[in-house]
Ligand binder design. Structure first.
Ligand code: ADQ
Length: 738
């Protein structure tokens, strides 16, 4: 236990003394006021009663003055003044000398003040109250005396009552203050100190400090601090482990350091259609969504290290409510390190630029998946206009920044590199193309191919996932534009400006120490699936992902291997995507129709072979499925890289899993120990499923470890580091591309 800190006790004492002083001051003031009121009221009563008596006695007593008949005066006084407080009556000469008086009265009494008919008041220094009334037919005056000792007593009582009340209040205040300090401040501080001690010793801390209430805000800050500390510690441990193992593996920390050193602290600017944090409304509250994206995990560490800005389309329904006047918001929300600058698009712009030219034009153009690209003049205009809009936002953000670094992402922004470079020749600009690049004949059908190539060649560094896509790009440029291709260094020289074209295979981070494995039964139950062998598919519902081809392979597998009916289940986590485009809507129907047809063929009373779980699942849920699936199937017809394949391999599983992987993915070039298939070859897909399920455990383990080693070596942080390196190496000062 930690002893009560003396500072807190000092503060508490000060607090108590201040409260007591304040209470005493207020109470004394109030009592003084009450005592005065009480005294005035009692004197008033005496005045009133004395005046009545003096009035009543004056006429009858006047003759007694001449006779000096004290006895008669006493009788008279008793008759009139049979009252509690009456002490006596006197008749006095004009100078105050008593002529005749009842017993026990002073020998003289001051004459009434001139101008008063009946003069009442306390006699100075006495506990006597006197009312004097001038006689009517002779000089002199009549005085009525009353006992006023009760006035003092009552006033004293008021003060005494007040004192006891104050004392009770003070005791209560002290007790309550001590109670609050002890249980609401000292106890949580003691618990937090103990929690911090354990944290420091590396023995706990995970759940955050065990306090709430008034210290709640402090607690959540401490929890954030603890999280950072733990992350730093585990990263340092990881570094130490790798150093010990002689590895030079890339980690988020290492990438941060590397970026800081290579970019010499220059801020970085990332442009992507997708934002790293979306603000959305959920149950009337604004929450933050982090999209599952390889791009975000690769680029964010660089921004966290160097600071800078991420420019993206603000697509969350509460995005506008969370930005400042310049459309900026600091992120990550829990520990702001860089700025997210949101660009707003109208419905027409989104339709033309995003759904139209990017996803109905460029997407099918670059993927060989037998979907006809749609090229509409209007879409192209919107694409151009939105690229201009983003260029303006980027230029505003880098104004005044010396040699800024701009990392542009994907096929949504083919025109952006040139727009930026023309306005800012001193900027280092890269464009990373996340999807494949087809051969020159295929790309040549695009009516605006020259504008697109020209826009892209504004970049200093141009990246694709694999060398094959780089080669296709260089050949396309060779055919379509006047330029010089340097095949030795993979660069395009045009009008004095050079663009380096290189492969940067994107990747994921390895999942380490993910905790106890999830419950297989609970996961299967959550989607209404049954089966002792689980195969998994995770995709955006996109026609390039070969989902229907996968189903056909499963159908053939069950046909050829009936022993697996009732035992094997395939679960597809399919996220609806671009659903306003007819081809995508048709695909959802087709996928559902095919699953229903195959299920109808093989289903038993309580089992079916294909379970569709359509929806965008939480990252943690997808991760849990990776950990329990015996087999993961990636059957893309064409795919730049495919991160699902790598995510499965990177997952923290107890048992080795098997990956079936399309040869038309970029990932197939690295994960050579997967079962590589051609998704159009239904027989081979079916064979691969059987081969996966019947593979010798040793072989399975060997392949699994080899694939993990490949992902560990080439992880997402390495991807980011290589991009940063090449951007930092760019020699500025060449001719400005015009
Ligand atoms: P995508 O075509 O989106 O990416 P992919 O690389 O497989 O394809 O990445 C998909 C991501 O979305 C993965 O992180 C996956 O976990 C997640 N995801 C898929 N289905 C999901 C679901 N139902 N619920 C939740 N999350 C889901 C493009 C290119 C790829 C390239 C990447 C990165 O088409 O070739 O690999 O960019 O460069």
């Amino acid at each position: 236990m930690v002893g009560p800190p003396s500072t807190i006790m000092r503060v508490t004492t000060r607090l108590v003394v201040s409260i007591v002083l304040a209470a005493t001051f207020v109470s004394a003031g109030w009592t003084w006021f009450q005592a005065r009121r009480e005294r005035a009221q009692l004197l008033n009563e005496l005045d009133h009663r004395g005046s009545l008596l003096a009035e009543g006695l004056r006429e009858a007593a006047e003759p007694l003055a001449k006779r000096a008949d004290a006895k008669a005066l006493s009788r008279l006084a008793e008759k009139f003044g049979h009252r509690d407080r009456l002490r006596g009556v006197s008749l006095n000469a004009p100078d105050g000398t008593t002529l005749v008086a009842t017993a026990g009265l002073p020998p003289a009494s001051p004459p009434p003040r001139p101008g008063t008919e009946i003069d009442c008041g306390l006699l100075p220094g006495r506990t006597l109250h006197r009312c004097a009334a001038a006689l009517e037919n002779s000089p002199g005056f009549l005085a009525v005396f009353q006992d006023a000792s009760h006035v003092k007593t009552r006033v004293r009582e008021v003060w005494k009552r007040s004192f006891w009340r104050l004392l009770m209040q003070v005791l209560l205040i002290v007790a309550i203050t001590l109670w609050i300090v002890r249980f609401d401040i000292l106890a949580p501080i003691e618990r937090t100190a103990e929690w911090m001690r354990l944290l420091r010793a590396g023995e706990g801390g995970g759940a955050g400090p065990p306090v709430g209430g008034v210290l709640g805000p402090l607690a959540s800050e401490a929890a954030g601090l603890a999280k950072s500390l733990e992350a730093a510690r585990s990263s340092a441990e990881e570094e130490a482990r790798l150093r010990h193992a002689g590895h030079a593996q890339w980690t988020a920390e290492r990438l941060k350091e590397h970026a800081r050193e290579r970019l010499k602290g220059r801020p970085m600017l990332v442009v992507a259609n997708r934002e790293p944090y979306l603000h959305v409304k959920h149950d009337g509250k604004i929450t933050v969504l982090r999209p599952a994206s390889g791009l975000v995990s690769g680029v964010e560490p660089i921004l966290k290290a160097c600071g800078g800005t991420w420019v993206a389309h603000g697509a969350g329904d509460a995005d506008r409510e969370t930005v400042d006047a310049a459309d900026r918001v600091r992120v990550p929300p829990e520990e702001p390190r860089y700025t997210l600058r949101r660009v707003w698009l109208t419905k027409e712009e989104e339709r033309g630029y995003y759904y139209g030219f990017a996803n109905e034009g460029l997407w099918p153009l670059c993927h060989i998946a037998h979907a006809r690209p749609q090229f509409r003049e209007d879409d192209w205009k919107q694409y151009h206009a939105v690229n201009r809009k983003f260029a303006d936002a980027v230029l505003a953000e880098i104004e005044g920044v010396d040699e800024p670094c701009v990392l542009i992402q994907d096929y949504h922004f083919a025109l952006l590199p040139r727009m930026i470079k023309q306005a800012r020749p001193d900027a280092r600009v890269s464009l990373f193309w996340h999807i494949p690049w087809p051969n020159p004949e295929a790309f040549g059908i695009c009516p605006w191919q020259r504008d697109i190539l020209d826009g892209m060649l504004g970049a200093d560094v141009l990246g694709f996932h694999v060398q094959y896509h780089c080669n296709n790009f260089l050949e396309t440029v060779d055919r379509a534009l006047e330029s010089r291709i340097d095949w030795e260094h993979f660069a395009v020289k045009r009008a004095g400006h050079s663009t380096m074209v290189k492969p940067y295979p994107i990747s994921v981070a390895m999942e380490e120490n993910a905790g106890p494995p999830p419950s297989r039964e609970a996961l299967l139950r959550s989607v209404g699936a049954r089966g002792e062998i689980v195969a998994l598919g995770v995709d955006r519902l996109d026609y390039t992902k070969g989902i229907v081809e996968r189903f056909l392979g499963i159908e053939r597998f069950l046909e050829a291997n009936p022993g697996y009916v009732g035992r094997f289940v395939f679960v597809e986590l399919g996220a609806p995507s671009r659903t306003t485009i007819p081809r995508y809507k048709d695909l959802v129907d087709e996928v559902q129709r095919e699953a229903a047809r195959i299920n109808a063929r093989f289903a038993t009373k309580d089992w079916k072979p294909i379970v569709l779980a359509v929806g965008h699942h939480e990252r943690a849920v997808v991760g849990a499925w990776y950990r329990i699936a015996d087999l993961c199937m990636v059957t893309s017809l064409h795919d730049g890289m495919n991160l699902v394949a790598k995510e499965y391999v990177a997952s923290d599983r107890e048992e080795a899993g098997v990956l079936i992987l399309s040869r038309f993915t970029g990932a197939a070039r690295e994960l050579r120990d997967a079962l590589i298939i051609n998704p159009y070859d239904v027989e081979r897909v079916a064979d691969a499923v059987r081969e996966a399920l019947e593979m010798e455990p040793e072989e399975r383990r060997r392949r699994w470890e080899a694939m993990r080693e490949a992902v560990r070596e080439n992880n997402i942080y390495r991807w980011g580091a290589r991009l940063v390196d090449d951007l930092a190496r760019v020699r500025l000062g060449g001719a400005v591309p015009s």
